[in-house]
Design a protein around this ligand. Sequence first.
Ligand code: XIL
Length: 343
Amino acid sequence: IEDLTGIGETVDFPVGVAIDSRETSGAASELLLRHFDQVTAENFMKPEAWYDADGDFVSANAEADALMDFAQEHDLGVYGHVLVWHGQTPARFFQDDAGAPLAADEAGRAVLRDRLRTHIFDVAEYLAGKYGPFGSETNPLRAFDVVNEVVSDGSEFADGLRRSEWYRILGEEFIDLSFAYADEAFNEVHAADGADRPIALFINDYNTEQGGKQERYRALVERLLERGAPVDGVGHQFHVSLAMPVSALEQAIVAFEDLPVTQAVTELDVTTGTPVTQAKLVDQGYYYRDAFRVFREHADSLYSVTVWGLTDGRSWRAGSGAPLLFDDQYRAKPAYFGAVDGE
Ligand code: XIL
């Protein structure tokens, strides 16, 4: 591991990285600890990670434990991802006992509301049971994506919401309920004595740097706030390529700055396209430089900035070209030097 300035030392907000247990030991963990203050589970706090093959809530989530243990030991924050999503969620949530689709009637809605509440409370109880109440010294959890990707990609629906199974059965109400249950479970029932809203509750989505989607996202956040939903923050995934102007990322942050919420960059990666050439890696260095300049300029609006993986080979977008800050030999790429450049 090279002796480089830690990225986290160059900014006024926590810098996070998405990981699993492979990054909690050896050279990967040394690299992580040099540069990052916060971690997110890339996969293992998603709904499906909490259930066994029979559909029962697990007695142990070893991957979630590994992340929480590592954070606790090294004094990192944990940004949780994700309580409610249409992806990586057991199909059982949306089925009746016979395995048929749950009906979108009063009875079906009652069943799904109860499952939603139970899921959120079980996750909170698990993490508080093992690590102590939220907001206590022993518990590293700081924030959670409560709902993920609920906005529609197209403009065909008046309410701008994705037609997921959650939506089919409950309609827009599932979003309000998710925040209400998360607030109750994380910030009331399992909060440490005297801790005031220990867990920041986020909504999260992708393509928020694009017009249309961004407007639908903002309209939803406004409706939630008007209805008094306990939304603390707005997340921008920012899975982008070199073709996306950095000004669009800035515009996305600016678009929410007049609302009473904080914001987070939750899943940053920047693909170069293939083949990956030295010239593209240099362009990517300038891209990360400009992006981190924007983040520093808007530091007051940002809860944290997370990159979606530690090293290129581990990225879910590796096939689209080397999206991250470090290569597979744990060497800093131009992207790293760009990110710290505006310091
Ligand atoms: C991705 C993970 O990186 C992959 O390992 C997994 O196979 C699929 O999910 N938006 C999200 C993340 O909110 O949870 C997704 O993570 C990437 C897109």
